[in-house]
Design a protein around this ligand. Sequence first.
Ligand code: ATP
Ligand code: MG
Length: 430
Amino acid sequence: MGYQKPKGTADILPGDSSQWQLVEKTARDVFARYQFNEIRTPLFESYAVFARSSGDTSDIVSKEMYDFMDKGDRHIALRPEGTAGVVRAFVENKLYGPEYQKPYKVYYMGPMFRYERPQSGRQRQFHQIGVEAFGSESPAADVEVISMAMRLLRECHITDLKLAINTLGDAASRAAYHEALVSYLEPHFEELSDDSKVRLHKNPLRVLDSKDAKDQEIVKDAPVILDYLTPEATAHFETVKHLLETLHIPYEVDTEMVRGLDYYNHTIFEIMTNNKVLGHGYTTVLAGGRYNGLVEQLGGPDMPGVGFGLGVERLLLLMNAQNEALVPEPKLDVYVVGIGAQTSATTLQIIESIRDAGLSAERDYLDRKPKAQFKTANKMNAQIVVTIGESELADQTAHVKDMMSGIEITVPLAQVYTDFKAVQQQLNMN
Ligand code: ATP
Ligand code: MG
């Protein structure tokens, strides 16, 4: 019996991986324009890092964590998301120090792990591209991050997206809202789902996020946070909206949106699509928000932050659904056909020389007849075919053909070895 990959994982094969590289390259290009630099943190951290940051009642911590005791009896978890590890690294490496430019802007890309029921756009090992900006309270920083997210999706040619925003206010707003929400929900206690019953007192905001139909019915008439904001929190949110309008970024305010993680406050946002490849209704592709207080919670100074995470699998599903794969056809610069066993050493020398010149080159390794080799060259979309047989070997020359123009020339092997670019030029001049 053969082996199979673990449930909820995927092999990204050559062909598909070109598309991944395209998305990653687009992200790196966009982030560089905004002066975000890459950070790479471990794929696993102390369990406490995630429990502390995401919150004990979050789905991630309560149900989805891949955690285990290691051989040294440490409680470890595979990272379910990127922010916690980045904040841990930010604090541990004292990146909040005065020698670093603020906001301190980083991005990451890589696998995340959540024990979930696999379905389209939902895996157990999946990938996120995310960004974090530390050290600015300014609503302009929120908007820069949102604008960067929209640009990234635009440059991946994704259209028909919906940007939903909301605010969770500051600590005082939240405390006031907390009270109002609990008072509203308590009379409905018996009707709530088991999950929501637990959350009602531990974290009532989470009830708003429930996917249970009955809960959603109850939540519909719940008080909304916008009515409980402090003047400062209102001002922050108003400025965010104003700046989005200044940049002509359309948005909708969704007062029921709370995000699944405990660490958010002020602005939260999701970029959604109703494309059918991701299931019924709207699905989130990218989500983020402000998390003032998280740095402090993980042992650092009081330092604000804002960021987002993007699900790469969901992005690729969308790109494919919109036929925006846009990966260029693979191409080969030169295929070298060797006729007769005695040419083997020379063809090897030739392809290595061509690679020295910075071009891609390939040859036969299966003792195929010349005809089969020419066929392979065509299949591989070779731009130039170099042929070397017994007579060329005797003359120390090579036969070179440009497959586009059909032009053929014979050149000294010495030239092929020392300067293949010149051979290429000669073909173009003919
Ligand atoms: P959902 O409500 O769909 O479970 P979430 O709130 O758990 O999403 P976040 O924690 O905000 O998701 O993660 C950010 C993004 O990462 C999501 O918008 C999505 O694109 C992607 N993502 C999250 N979980 C998965 C998964 N299991 N498989 C693939 N992508 C995922
Ligand atoms: Mg989830």
